[in-house]
Design a protein around this ligand. Sequence first.
Ligand code: SAM
Length: 290
Amino acid sequence: MFSYRHAFHAGSHADILKHLITIQLVQYLQEKPGALSIVDTHAGAGLYNLQDGFAAISQESAGGIIRLKDYLASTGSHVSTSINDYLACIAIENTSEDIALYPGSPFILARLLRPQDRLRLFELHPNEIDILRSNVNQLGLGKQIDVYAADGFSRLKGLLPPPSRRGLVLIDPSYEDKQDYRHLEACLEEALGRFATGCYAIWYPVIARRESIALPDRLKAIAKAHQRTWLRAELRVENAPGERRLQASGMFVFNPPWTLQGHLKDALPLLKNALGLDSGAGYTLQSSEA
Ligand code: SAM
């Protein structure tokens, strides 16, 4: 269970999709002044050095954030609002145009907090939790951010509903353990039972595994049972046999803001063009409203 280290995947195409959508969710929920409660159930280390350690070994950012920046610079493409917002978040951690540091979801969320907002981070890995704590301490936002060495799936329900009734939950398991699919569904059932109007964003890998193939339909069924709206966005960068590396991933959002679909209609074609590696590259955008 503790073999997964997110540093190997920092700044990958999957991180781009996940973080771009997460930023849009936060920004929409902050349009009203009421306090926003954010929970990141699977936090990771928080901040990654792309030029060192696991991230430098895997080089996944070369097919992700670095490739996106190079594409935009070389083509001078019109950049959609959501891509601009995403790049601005990445730039916060970097003093030059070169991207040496890549923020994970805890840093992206932390940098977006207003004084009235609160962020709770869960991480189980014995090494990652220490790195996360040390990284978060640097932010000097101790009063607004809580870090727990605990199971995000089982602890989420105890935080719901938030007192302000305004909440965003990011659920980003590694799915290395097949039980994550089952835990995810149980967690969502409980969470929606307690706080049906919350915004829930779930990242998932699109891979040739029974549980993964079934997941979007199972999430739609949960949304239907709880009478919730939903949005599903997937980005595929290649369609090569063998799946030696992750070729596609998705985000499923319960109670998505009405603005999200439009943002993704602009961003996904550009991300496909920038990050696509073969003719199998593409994207999916579906919602309960369609
Ligand atoms: N959300 C992070 C980001 O976008 O930067 C990446 C998270 S990574 C995909 C998943 C993390 O969840 C790993 O660091 C793993 O150690 C941790 N983890 C695994 N099971 C967990 C659980 N039940 N509760 C909390 N953290 C868990």
